[in-house]
Design a binder for this molecule. Structure first.
Ligand SMILES: *[C@@H]1O[C@H](CO)[C@@H](O)[C@H](O)[C@H]1NC(C)=O
Ligand SMILES: *[C@@H]1O[C@H](CO)[C@@H](O)[C@H](O)[C@H]1NC(C)=O
Ligand SMILES: *[C@@H]1O[C@H](CO)[C@@H](O)[C@H](O)[C@H]1NC(C)=O
Ligand SMILES: *[C@@H]1O[C@H](CO)[C@@H](O)[C@H](O)[C@H]1NC(C)=O
Length: 351
């Protein structure tokens, strides 16, 4: 190697070391709030099974080699007001049925074989979101692992009132989903009420596809945007509904948002609608304005639509709606904690 190039590469090294030192010093002054959601870092079926610790298992096998062929039959077999955890293991296969967990069947762990392998699929559009849902859960203490939920109605029935097509309705407290997927177009995930945790899930849709009044953390979820040819308005990923200053809200942390077409991060339903995207990759699928107050026809003063340290081409903030917030470290801290949903009290991974 010629002497001149050696010395210039050494020079570059010196510069690099100097830059790294400056950067490290700069970083040590910024607090950069870290999410404290997962302990341990990987939550899989063996871990959840170990935490839930029960010998009570019902096997569902679509080929007839289990206790039941249908998931609903297994749920029906769980005793009323059930107080001990029951595992419903669902072997791989496409289960074409509507599945309903009524409000007197708590402590169920639905364990699939992976979201590409165990799927629950139905096709229904309705004027009523809940009625259209492929999967409905109205009992608390539900854990779901490795299942895909799909409503394959063709975008509801366009230009009729039968245009809601929900994949899952989550309508009770203390419900968590791990490595699951939710597919529909319009109104995919009805996150109705209670405290919920979604970890490593995939959620797809075009308009208001994550909506409801719940208090929820979406951790490391993948949000895939598809276009809806029926409408001229831009769709929106979320439509959180909060009518007063209560503790509900949707928090997305460390996920990825991308896809086809343009959407808002959120549309406010209710004067106090609250949605936060933190440390999330946002692609060009996000409209520069970021957020909309449509169809809430009041002031925007109490709407809480916020971002914290997002990145990617959709994260530029100069054209954002003027009420949208960029949170400081202090403001972000409470949303970056599992305490936002009191997770240490009820999530199996923290037991
Ligand atoms: C499950 O069954 C095994 C063997 O009968 C027993 O040792 C264990 O304690 C049981 N576990 C629970 C959580 O009931
Ligand atoms: C379940 O609980 C409800 C409400 O407490 C009660 O009315 C019902 O009788 C219980 N069912 C059984 C089978 O214990
Ligand atoms: C959906 O149904 C409502 C009536 O319930 C109607 O006002 C609206 O235009 C419909 N939307 C589409 C896209 O068909
Ligand atoms: C929060 O507000 C929503 C919408 O106003 C309401 O439906 C929900 O019940 C409230 N939640 C709590 C926990 O008070």
């Amino acid at each position: 190697m010629p002497l001149s190039s050696l010395s210039s590469s050494m020079f570059l090294k010196v510069i690099n070391v100097a830059l790294a030192t400056i950067l490290a010093t700069a970083l040590s002054f910024s607090r950069n709030v870290q999410a404290d959601f997962v302990k341990p870092a990987v939550i899989d079926a063996p871990l959840l099974t170990e935490k839930i610790a029960t010998n009570n298992t019902i096997l569902v096998d679509i080929n007839g080699e289990g206790d039941y062929r249908s998931i609903q039959e297994a749920i029906d077999a769980v005793p009323e007001n059930n107080s001990k955890w029951v595992i419903i293991h669902i072997r791989k296969g496409v289960y074409r049925e509507k599945v309903h967990i009524p409000c007197n069947k708590p402590h169920i762990f639905m364990r699939g074989n992976g979201k590409g392998r165990t799927a629950i699929i139905w096709s229904m559009s309705s004027t009523d979101n809940k009625e259209s849902a492929t999967f409905t859960s109205e009992s608390p203490h539900l854990v779901v692992f490795g299942i895909s939920f799909k409503n394959e109605a063709p975008t509801g029935e366009a230009f009729t009132s039968q245009n809601q097509s929900v994949a899952a309705f989550v309508g009770a407290d203390m419900i968590s989903f791990y490595h699951c997927a939710f597919y529909s177009t319009h109104n995919t995930l009805f996150d109705y009420k209670g405290r919920h945790y979604y970890h490593h899930c995939y959620i797809q849709g075009s308009i208001d596809f994550i909506f409801g009044r719940a208090r929820t953390i979406f951790h490391q979820c993948e949000i895939f945007v598809i276009i809806d040819m029926r409408v001229k308005i831009l769709g929106s990923i979320t439509a959180h509904n909060r009518e007063s200053d209560n503790d509900s809200g949707f928090v997305f942390v460390e996920g990825r948002v991308y896809g086809v077409g343009h959407v808002y991060l959120g549309r406010a339903k209710g004067a106090y609608s609250r949605t936060i995207f933190a440390k999330t990759y946002l692609s060009n699928a996000i409209a520069p304005q970021g957020w909309t107050s449509w169809s809430y026809l009041g002031g925007t003063k109490n709407i809480f639509q916020a971002e914290y340290k997002c990145h990617g081409p959709g994260a530029f903030t100069f054209n954002r709606a003027d009420w949208a917030k960029q949170l400081t470290d202090e403001e972000a801290e409470r949303f970056m904690s599992i305490d936002f949903i009191d997770g240490k009290e009820w999530l199996p991974a923290w037991m």
